[in-house]
Design a protein around this ligand. Structure first.
Ligand code: GP0
Length: 795
């Protein structure tokens, strides 16, 4: 901004502030100041937004259909992408306003559970920055993921009504409202558009989130008859549809309301696309070029009911023959799978599908018949066809639907895609090998570095002498030339130290626990899941605690273990893991024998905006899932980009991180997928427990009174799963005990290596320098080139 622009910004801002509050400047609150800043920025964005819309109108566009967009806060990110972050901060400073203080008035838009939703948000940022036409379509939940707090160490959930004070980053577009028909009710779908600003390139894409509303606020005749509850019953039933995000990560809820949510946003979105198409093209075309302009990426199985819905709209509302509509549909849909865990592959009971949309169920049967005929022609017998069926017994298999109809199926990391091909979807791969492809996940460097690690960002620009890396993260490779430059390595170390101090202050304020910024920050933040093995980490801490108790003078570099993450409210064992971590923290942190050397913190309510403070401050990034189980992981990339070293198994994108940054610059441990497959049948966790005293002592602490679970039987539950299975299985399904010893040894190595400051800092540098591949810019360009063919529409 030149001086003129700066003055104009300040003027607009002060004017907005007074206009929206009707107060004089001095009387306005911090919240007022935040609101007015939002307004002022939205005004600026608006011009570029309209220009982008006008320009891209009718170009080939990708539509990212996702039940989740885990956006977080928008203020700082928008300022960064508009290229005015530092200037606005300064201008506010001149007005006596502390930017960081007002930033805290923004609630996270937490419309997602974890990795899958956050990936969608990163993709939005990257598409805009890379000038790719991509619209996001999703749900405007009134309540995002629950707020987590701890009571006595147990997780407690509370609602997250993030828009109760308004939402400064959306525009309600009433004129584009649609009607969504369910079997037993009809509701209005009202779109709220959020601008997605590209990095200083004038491009603004749109994220359109649909909110369910009734046609009328209340029924007047009922009200007149004194039936007050009945008068608003319809309204409530409509609003219920988008009231709350299901807080289950990977677990299928199987509830009518959940399928209603899915059908709701998908139906509104499909109607939106079709209506827009019809404004541009004549009826005579009968949608024959629809696929030239539209490609829909299905983010997991959640939006897959879009497939029959498109057919329904084309056939029932536009007079196409089923065959015509089906042929178009086949060219429009592409599907991304995010997990090999069976519990996340959605299968809907047919009666639920019928309850939501009887017509879609009918179309699903039609597609199923087509599949069966088609496969018979290929020479398959009835039983050979079985695993491919879309309707199996009384269930609709949403993945089968998308793989059969869609033209592309992708996994989210190299290993994951291989497992899809050789195992999960092996039978499909045999018939349609050409549909399968890999798109390794990525993260946006704008939010996860430029914004959240200002100091490192400045350091990089200074060393590279350019800001090009913000658009092309491969440029970071240029940092390698400083690998043996002691001054540079010291500088990098100091940046990490500053970030650790900042986090320590924040943790003291928010968790009431004092941690030492000089200690190793060893961090595991992610959803709580058995396969992610937070309990391996905790058992190891118990082991360390025992060692330090036995030998307080043991040679051990002080370490702070930090956890964060939510458990699905109905996932008992995940909640048990949280209680266990909190209990270990209580015991360790209160024990004067060890608490100079060992600290444990489980931060409350881990979320995007907490992550922005955590990732820059990590020395060690815990990525310890059972090999073969974590499809990709994306937290691993956020740590890497900020110079955290990966302590990880050979799983998901960890493998690619080791490949790019070098195993010698990270800490790999544990069994590989092949090794686990081999021992699977003969695995005997009890045997390990009986022969390894370190393990035995740690596991026993779960039940011998050393740790207190307040009679919840939670620790016994974990104990039983590990070595005393109650269900006749062999126990320890996630191979905790199997990998323990190697994990312990690898930690010992870390504990030694950290003392060599220069060598450690060199590893950090090598990780940052090789993080380019993990930019979601690269991922989204791969989608655009290889799946969407967005640069070469064949019209
Ligand atoms: C996968 F199936 N993921 C699912 C799901 O329901 N929710 C979800 O967040 C995650 C994977 O677990 C992942 O490995 C992956 O990176 C992410 O989707 C994005 O592809 C964890 O980060």
């Amino acid at each position: 901004m030149d001086n003129l622009a700066k003055n104009k910004f300040t003027e607009d801002y002060v004017e907005n502030l007074q206009r929206i509050t009707l107060k004089n400047f001095d009387e306005t609150s911090e919240k007022d100041k935040y609101d007015a800043l939002c307004d002022t920025i939205m005004e600026r964005i608006n011009q570029e937004w309209r220009a982008s819309k006008n320009k891209s109108r009718y170009e080939r566009t990708a539509y990212y259909f996702s039940a989740e967009f885990l956006i977080g806060r928008s203020l700082g990110n928008n300022l960064i992408n508009l290229g005015i972050y530092d200037e606005v901060k300064e201008l506010l400073d001149e007005l006596g306003i502390d930017f960081e203080a007002i930033e805290d008035y923004e609630d996270d838009a937490a419309l997602g559970n974890g990795g899958l939703g956050r990936l969608a948000a990163c993709f939005m940022d990257s598409a805009a920055t890379q000038d790719i036409n991509m619209y996001g379509y999703g749900v405007r939940y009134r309540e995002g993921i629950f707020k987590q707090s701890f009571e006595n160490g147990f997780q407690k959930e509370e609602g997250d009504s993030w828009i109760k004070d308004g939402d400064g980053w959306s525009i309600r577009v009433d004129s584009d409202s649609r009607i969504v028909n369910f079997r037993d009710q009809a509701v209005k779908a009202v779109p709220f558009d959020m601008p997605v600003v590209g990095l200083e390139n004038g491009k603004v894409n749109t994220l359109r989130l649909w909110q369910a509303e009734p046609f009328e606020e209340f029924e007047f005749d009922k009200f007149n008859n004194f039936e007050y509850d009945a008068a608003v019953a319809k309204k409530n039933r409509a609003e219920d549809i988008t009231r709350v995000l299901y807080p289950n990560d990977m677990q299928r809820a199987g509830k009518v309301l959940r399928l209603k949510q899915q059908y709701f946003f998908v139906s509104a979105s499909i109607q939106d696309l079709v209506a827009k198409y019809k404004r541009y093209f004549s009826d005579d075309l009968r949608f024959k070029n629809f696929h030239n302009y539209h490609v829909i990426q299905l983010n997991d199985t959640h939006p897959n009911i879009a497939i029959p819905e498109l057919i329904r709209v084309l056939v029932d509302e536009n007079g196409l023959e089923f065959e015509e509509a089906f042929a178009i549909t086949q060219k429009v849909f592409a599907f991304t799978n995010h997990t090999v865990l069976q519990e996340a592959l959605e299968k809907w009971p047919i009666d639920i599908v019928e309850e939501v949309s009887p017509r879609c169920l009918e179309i699903i049967y039609q597609i199923n018949d087509l599949l069966v005929n088609n496969f018979k022609e290929k020479g398959l017998s009835e039983t050979e066809i079985d695993p491919y069926r879309i309707v199996i017994y009384d269930q609709v298999h949403m993945a089968n639907l998308a793989i059969y109809v869609g033209f592309s199926v992708n996994g989210v990391a190299a290993l994951h895609t291989e497992i899809l091909k050789d195992d999960t979807f092996k039978h499909w791969y045999e018939i349609f090998p050409e549909k399968f492809n890999n798109k390794t996940n990525g993260i946006t460097p704008r939010r996860w570095l430029v914004y959240s690690n200002r100091a490192l960002s400045k350091f990089i620009t200074e060393k590279l002498g350019t800001e090009d890396w913000k658009y092309n993260l491969d440029e970071l490779k240029g940092l390698e030339k400083f690998a043996d430059d002691e001054d540079v390595l010291n500088e990098l170390w100091d940046i990490k130290q500053e970030n650790k101090k900042r986090l320590a202050t924040y943790i003291l304020e928010n968790e009431g626990i004092k941690i030492d910024p000089e200690s190793i920050f060893d961090i595991q933040v992610k959803r709580i899941h058995e396969y992610k093995r937070q309990h391996l980490n905790i058992l190891h801490i118990i082991y360390l605690y025992h060692e330090l108790k036995k030998n307080p003078d043991m040679d051990f570099y002080p370490t702070t273990f930090i956890f964060g993450g939510k458990a699905a409210p109905g996932y008992f064992r995940a909640k048990a893991i949280i209680k266990l971590a909190n209990e270990v923290a209580r015991v360790v942190n209160n024990d004067p024998d060890v608490n100079e050397k060992l600290k444990v913190v489980f931060v409350e309510n881990f979320r995007v905006s907490y992550g922005e403070k955590i990732y820059p401050a990590a020395d060690v990034s815990e990525q310890i899932s059972t090999a073969g189980k974590e499809a990709s992981g994306t937290g691993n990339m956020k740590f890497m980009l900020n110079g955290g070293l990966t302590l990880g198994t050979y799983d998901g994108a960890n493998i690619e991180i080791f490949d790019h940054a070098g195993e010698e610059n990270n800490y790999r441990f544990g069994a590989t997928v092949e090794q686990l497959n081999e021992i699977d049948q003969s695995y005997n966790p009890r045997g390990i427990y009986q022969t390894n005293m370190d393990i035995k002592d740690a596991v026993e602490a779960l039940v011998n009174g050393e740790l207190d679970d307040n009679n919840s039987y939670m620790f016994l539950d974990i104990y039983n799963e590990l070595i005393n299975p109650q269900d006749g299985s062999r126990g320890d399904r996630y191979f905790i005990l199997k990998d323990f010893e190697d994990y312990k040894k690898t930690h010992e190595k870390i504990n030694k290596d950290y003392r060599d400051k220069l060598a450690w800092s060199r590893k950090c540098l090598m990780n940052i320098a090789n993080a380019g591949y993990f930019s979601s810019d690269r991922t989204i360009i791969n989608y655009a080139d290889e799946i969407w063919k967005i640069d070469s529409p064949n019209y």
